[in-house]
Design a protein around this ligand. Structure first.
Ligand SMILES: C[S@@+](CC[C@H](N)C(=O)[O-])C[C@H]1O[C@@H](n2cnc3c(N)ncnc32)[C@H](O)[C@@H]1O
Length: 314
């Protein structure tokens, strides 16, 4: 199947497009046609793999960037830009799979320090935790240990759980000196008793959990009364679908894991009992993130990318 690279999403907003953009649309449309042709050639065996990969890396990135900036000037909503971006990133080579298996594969190339989401979070999560030294902290969905390590270095007793063996292997390797207790477990069934932790954090992980209400109540269960919870998730303004397959990929590795969109309203309703001081934070992509990939990321600079929240257990 040839991936559809459409700009229909942008074009349907003709009415709100300022004059003069038409030419840009035409050249973008031409580029899209060229890319589609090249993809077809590749599938017919008429284009070498190396040439195809090069094209994917550079031309697609440029198209995304043009689409994003055109979308900006024609007032297309950020969610549509993101859809286009995801659409262009994914092709038929993306294999949808279970989260744990997907992250086992992703762990081989996962970088937790140079992507847009990490840039958007910045120091906010650490800031929301406040005093760290001496606290007993659970990192639910700890991945390769991005926050666990920072917190342990600052003097917390850190426990990390994750469902991916691959991610935990990376975390363990990176954390040898810090005495973090990692174990394979789901946030749907946290392997600790009630009222154990001063703080529970869970970053960019609840997105993958279908039964997020259960995950929230598990986090609340293991948190001490008056303790607090800090969660981050992909921003709902960024995503239009309730459920999407997020493609990750480098070289031959292309994996798609399911992610769910949840609004502030849904989180508020799910947390109506047993918590106080629920606060949300819209975290924007800073200008400094442009350096990671100036072409692709330009369209997202200054947009809400991550939704963080903090609440206290009553
Ligand atoms: C995008 S990574 C984020 C990792 C880390 N929290 C960070 O911010 O760098 C998402 C992680 O959530 C984990 N995860 C997904 N569903 C989970 C669940 N039900 N219980 C525990 N971990 C889960 C994945 O295996 C993956 O390691």
């Amino acid at each position: 199947m040839i991936p559809m690279v459409t700009i229909e999403e942008i074009q349907k907003h003709k009415h709100s497009r300022p004059r003069g953009i038409k030419k840009d649309f035409e050249s973008l449309r031409k580029k899209v046609r060229d890319i589609s042709k090249a993809i077809k050639k590749y599938h017919e065996g008429k284009l070498k793999k190396s040439g195809f990969q090069e094209l994917m890396r550079w031309d697609l990135a440029r198209v995304v960037s043009s689409a994003a900036s055109l979308a900006n000037s024609s007032k297309v909503r950020i969610t549509e830009q993101f859809d286009i971006w995801q659409h262009l990133k994914g092709d038929e080579a993306v294999k949808k799979m279970g989260t744990a298996k997907g992250y086992d594969i992703i762990s081989k190339m996962y970088s937790d320090h140079s992507n847009l989401v990490v840039a958007a979070e910045g120091r906010k999560i650490i800031e929301l935790i406040g005093k760290i030294k001496g606290k007993k902290i659970l990192d639910a969905g700890c991945g390769s240990g991005r926050y666990s390590i920072q917190l342990a270095k600052k003097g917390a007793e850190v426990h990390g759980i994750d469902i991916s063996k691959g991610m935990l292997k990376v975390a363990r390797k990176r954390s040898r000196r810090w005495g973090i207790k990692y174990q394979i477990a789901s946030m749907l069934r946290i392997p600790y008793g009630n009222d154990v932790f001063d703080v529970v954090i869970s970053n960019l992980a609840i997105d993958h959990v279908k039964n997020y209400k259960r995950a929230l109540s598990e986090m609340l269960r293991v948190c001490k009364p008056k303790g607090f919870i800090v969660i981050s998730t992909m921003h709902p303004e960024l995503i239009s679908k309730k459920k999407l397959v997020v493609p990750f990929g480098k070289g031959k590795i292309k994996v798609g894991v399911v992610s769910y969109r949840r609004t502030k309203k849904e989180f508020t309703a799910a947390l109506k009992n047993g918590v106080r001081n629920l606060k949300f934070y819209d975290l924007m992509v800073p200008k400094s993130a442009e350096k990671f990939n100036p072409v692709v990321y330009r369209g997202f600079i200054g947009k809400p990318f991550v939704l963080a929240m903090r609440f206290v257990k009553k």
